[in-house]
Design a protein around this ligand. Structure first.
Ligand code: GLP
Length: 285
């Protein structure tokens, strides 16, 4: 039987999938995973850890963040919002409270922020990050960077944010969720994508998906400030998290060899160190 390139790729992915079992996602297990998947990595393919459930995704992702910070205490972390990384943040808070993790030298850059929206608004990503992570751990306040959703000059805000990422030395580990339409950060499907930090409009799909966080759909801002695809691809390592069947179509598009601006996450295929951690539902099983 002659297999298409896509089928061969998916088959290669399947035989190399790492099946997690409860409790296996400790740092040493993650190191073992990396070794096991090294041949795939060398072929510049995305590595995948297939988890049984959301808690496994969260523990596994947190352990990779933890390993990164332990190896480099002044690591530059790119952080994401949305429901998906919440469990990972809970695990990191636990590690910090257990005295297992110290963020005192860490610097963080968030992916995006709605525009216009005040940092005090409960739906802002400023508010989210403070409530879900920062108020519980010890990242110094002046090392936390989130785009200002109230900037009077959004272009100047975006330029300064990109410059600050470069001045810090670039992102060591970028955490990403994925939109149902394949967006990463707020880089929405389009004919053209922007490489650097910019102001963008939100698609109807994203407004609908994110309306669940707001009292009414009309309250969802129609714009956002976001790091660009170039900023994301310059990160040294990328951790992409996906959970639930609503993400299955976007994840499926990561498993073939096509790259399209209509699925921004597909551009991650050109990066040599991307790890996708997902559950069976997001993987389409
Ligand atoms: C928002 C964020 C993205 C995030 C996406 C998915 O649109 N801008 O960074 O990845 O939502 O969110 P969730 O994890 O809630 O599905």
């Amino acid at each position: 039987m002659r297999l298409s390139l896509r089928d061969r790729y998916i088959r290669a992915m399947r035989v190399s999938l790492f099946k997690t079992t409860a409790g296996m996602c400790r740092i040493d297990a993650v190191a073992a995973i990396s070794r096991k998947l090294l041949p795939l990595h060398c072929r510049k393919s995305m590595q995948i850890i297939l988890c049984d459930n959301y808690d496994e995704i969260s523990a596994c992702a947190a352990n990779i963040v933890k390993a990164t910070v332990k190896a480099k205490p002044n690591a530059i972390l790119g952080l994401a919002t949305g429901s998906t990384p919440e469990g990972m943040y809970r695990c990191l808070i636990q590690d910090y409270e257990n005295g297992d993790l110290d963020f005192s030298a860490v610097e963080t850059f968030n992916l995006d922020e709605y525009y216009p929206l005040s940092a005090e608004n409960e739906q802002s990503y400023h508010y989210y990050m403070n409530e879900k992570l920062f108020r519980y751990i010890n990242v110094p306040a002046d090392k936390i960077h989130i785009l200002n959703g109230e900037a009077s000059d959004p272009d100047a805000e975006c330029k300064a944010y990109g410059d600050a990422i470069s001045a810090a030395g670039g992102i060591d580990l970028q955490i990403l969720g994925i939109g149902e339409n394949g967006h990463i950060g707020f880089n929405e499907p389009d004919e053209y994508l922007r490489a650097d930090v910019h102001k963008t409009g939100l698609t109807e799909s994203t407004v609908n998906a994110n309306a669940r966080f707001f009292a009414t759909r009309d309250e969802v801002p129609r714009y956002a400030l976001t790091v660009g695809i170039g900023d994301i691809l310059r990160a040294k390592k990328i951790l992409l998290l996906a959970s639930g069947e609503k993400k299955a179509a976007a994840v499926r598009a990561l498993l073939d060899d096509h790259i399209t601006t209509q699925n921004p996450a597909s551009l991650l295929k050109v990066h040599s160190d991307v790890l996708l951690i997902c559950d069976r539902a997001a993987y389409g099983e």
